[in-house]
Ligand binder design. Structure first.
Ligand code: NAD
Ligand code: LMR
Length: 338
């Protein structure tokens, strides 16, 4: 086994080799749902990412306009647009990373699970395309309800014989981004200095911030813990209500999705020590999927870290999270098996 320092050196060698050959290391990335509220700013930010060589923008509406617009940016990535289901396969062929924000968002009064009936079918069709055209791609699944859509994708890949649990990741980065922001506010710190693991899933009580593991280390009062946990768990609803019928988080989500995609690409490049939270096939608990800290590498998720020490408040939260999460996972699995 090689150590971290060797991995860093190996990564640096690879990068300088790429530069010596006159280019930067470039990956091929597809965004499915690229004309949507998340898709558009996500496409813009990925066009600005130096690790991206080719950017495919797919949607069932409006992708030609978004593609023409983004393609005028004077950054390295080559942009191509794909419109409608009969161009899905071309959009996916050869991709290293597929990011999926396709599907309907919440309106006030809805839960993420209320989106299941529409989004489950969308994710199933897209997953079938991935299994056929780019079975080795890393998949970043954003479409809600993530707690069910990730199990759906897994079942589709199993059925197609292409399943690699290391390459399927539900994006929970926005929960971490929110946790860092809200905790920094309470502590009076710069959010860039704060890091909180958020584990479990991506809906209500399944979102479990581990405030006892905050970095830099510090402690919270009972009131602060309750306020922060509730604010992080309800961050999505806070935005849905403020947008009053015009959708859910799009800009902070695009930011979070790019932060996460960039980590996946740095992992693929061979960088050492790339660690983020994600909802993945997991043995960290008795459930088949769970969000926790994972190390990203050349084959996707290379290590899943245990939850670490929890305090009593977090232990109670974990039991509640597992109860709800189990049902959501089962719902996704049985939909895909039908
Ligand atoms: P949106 O309605 O603005 O955009 C969705 C896009 O998906 C639209 O352009 C639509 O045409 C496209 N689409 C629909 N069916 C498609 C298909 N079969 N193939 C390809 N594209 C298709 O919605 P949004 O605000 O961008 O949100 C998208 C999804 O992301 C929602 O399900 C939302 O709940 C979810 N979301 C998840 C997180 C998270 O943290 N994981 C955060 C925010 C939103
Ligand atoms: C979020 O957390 O903002 C997303 O899951 C969208 C939503 O419906 O809340």
């Amino acid at each position: 086994p090689i150590n971290q320092q060797q991995q860093v050196e190996e990564g640096n060698l690879w990068r300088s080799d790429c530069r010596a050959k006159g280019g930067s290391p470039g990956f091929k990335v597809a965004i499915l749902g690229a004309a949507g509220g998340i898709g558009q700013p996500l496409a813009m930010l990925m066009k600005m990412n130096p690790l991206v060589a080719v950017l495919h923008l797919y949607d069932v509406v409006n992708s030609p306009g978004v593609t023409a617009d983004i393609s005028h940016m004077d950054t390295g990535a080559v942009v191509r647009g794909f419109l409608g289901q009969n161009q899905l396969e071309d959009a996916l062929t050869g991709m290293d990373l597929v990011i999926i924000p396709a599907g309907v968002p919440r309106k006030p009064g809805m839960t993420r699970d209320d989106l299941f009936n529409i989004n489950a079918g969308i994710v199933k069709t897209i997953s079938e395309g991935i299994a056929k055209c780019c079975p080795k791609a890393i998949v970043n699944l954003i479409s809600n309800p993530v707690n069910s859509t990730v199990p759906i994708a897994a079942e589709v890949f199993k059925k197609a014989g292409t399943y690699d649990p290391r390459r399927l990741l539900g994006v929970t980065m926005l929960d971490v981004v929110r946790a860092n922001t809200f905790v920094a506010e309470v502590l009076g710190l710069d959010p860039r200095e704060v890091s909180i693991p958020v584990v479990g899933g991506h809906a209500g009580v399944t979102i479990l911030p581990l405030l006892s593991q905050v970095k830099p280390a510090c402690s919270f009062t009972k009131e602060e813990t309750e306020y922060l946990t509730s604010r992080i768990q309800n961050g999505g609803t806070e935005v849905v209500e403020a947008k009053a019928g015009a959708g859910s988080a799009t800009l902070s989500m695009a930011y979070a999705a790019v932060k996460f995609a960039d980590a996946c690409l740095r992992g693929l490049r061979g960088d050492a020590g790339v660690v983020e939270c994600a909802f993945v096939p997991s043995q960290v608990t008795e459930l088949p999927f769970f969000a926790s800290r994972v190390r990203l590498g050349r084959s996707g998720v290379e290590e899943i870290y245990p939850l670490g020490p929890l305090n009593e408040y977090e232990r109670v939260g974990l039991e509640k999270a597992k109860k709800e999460l189990g049902g959501s996972i089962e719902k996704g699995v049985s939909f895909a098996k039908k």
